[in-house]
Ligand binder design. Structure first.
Ligand SMILES: *[C@@H]1O[C@H](CO)[C@@H](O)[C@H](O)[C@H]1NC(C)=O
Ligand SMILES: *[C@@H]1O[C@H](CO)[C@@H](O)[C@H](O)[C@H]1NC(C)=O
Length: 230
């Protein structure tokens, strides 16, 4: 009897930190502009040709007091099938890697971006989104939120130099009046380049919410004109 109680207590103690780590309250769905990424990271940019649509960076669980990272529940499960690899790559490519071939796509480096996103972010919402669900839900969100189309509603297209205000307010209106998260990188002696746009969701990903002001990265875009590189 004592033995069972002892084991139960041990089990609860072991599970406790996991439960705390999994207390996410919302998710930020982050998409990146490939040309912006490459303007910001010219030496890391390896994908050729570059996608000309916004692609997924990740789906990041957080709570309103803290950014949650590296919750360490389960390890990344590599895709074993080239078709599956390709399907995920279509919307969630690693711009820091060249495209693999059917023969070498299983090399860990060709899934290291997904592994990184899973380990750093996905594990923090694993109580609600097991790995396969986490990836498929993220892909679904990218199908449902075409940032280029959203920007087009404000006449903002690649190659233009919009103001931060206009990008912010165009996305704001496109997602039914919710505050997005913008991220820019400023190369030496240039204007800030648009790199990422995040949309925030309730934990169930059914409802868009304002991205929490305490974690907004929109300040990285300055207050004036930015480049939206073509
Ligand atoms: C936010 O996450 C931290 C770290 O896991 C946790 O300690 C805290 O209780 C969470 N806050 C809420 C309101 O869930
Ligand atoms: C973005 O738009 C929202 C809604 O109009 C506004 O509250 C916020 O201040 C704007 N941020 C910037 C940087 O323009």
């Amino acid at each position: 009897m004592m033995g069972i109680v002892f084991k139960l207590v041990l089990l609860i103690l072991m599970l406790c930190p996991l439960t705390i780590n999994s207390s996410f309250q919302y998710l930020t769905f982050v998409q990146q502009w490939p040309k912006g990424y490459c303007t910001a990271n010219p030496s890391r940019c390896q994908r050729n040709p570059l996608p000309t649509v916004f692609t997924v960076h990740g789906l990041w669980p957080g709570n309103f007091t803290q950014i949650l990272q590296n919750c360490k529940i389960s390890a990344y499960t590599p895709l074993q099938n080239f078709q599956d690899w390709n399907n995920r790559n279509l919307r969630w490519p690693d711009l820091a890697k060249p495209s693999p071939t059917m023969q070498n796509f299983k090399q860990p480096r060709f899934q290291s971006f997904w592994e990184h996103e899973w380990t750093k972010h996905g594990t923090c919402s694993e109580n609600m989104y097991p790995q396969a669900t986490y990836f498929s839900r993220t892909i679904q969100l990218s199908q449902g939120h075409n940032i280029l189309n959203y920007l087009a509603t404000g006449n903002i297209s690649p190659g233009s130099n919009p103001t931060v205000r206009s990008v912010n307010s165009t996305i704001y209106r496109a997602i039914s009046n919710h505050v997005p998260d913008l991220m820019c990188v400023t190369p030496p002696r240039q204007t800030p380049a648009l790199v990422e746009i995040g949309i925030c969701f309730t934990a169930t990903t059914t409802t868009i919410i304002d991205c929490p002001s305490q974690f907004l990265r929109t300040g990285s875009c300055g207050t004036g004109t930015i480049s939206f590189p073509a």
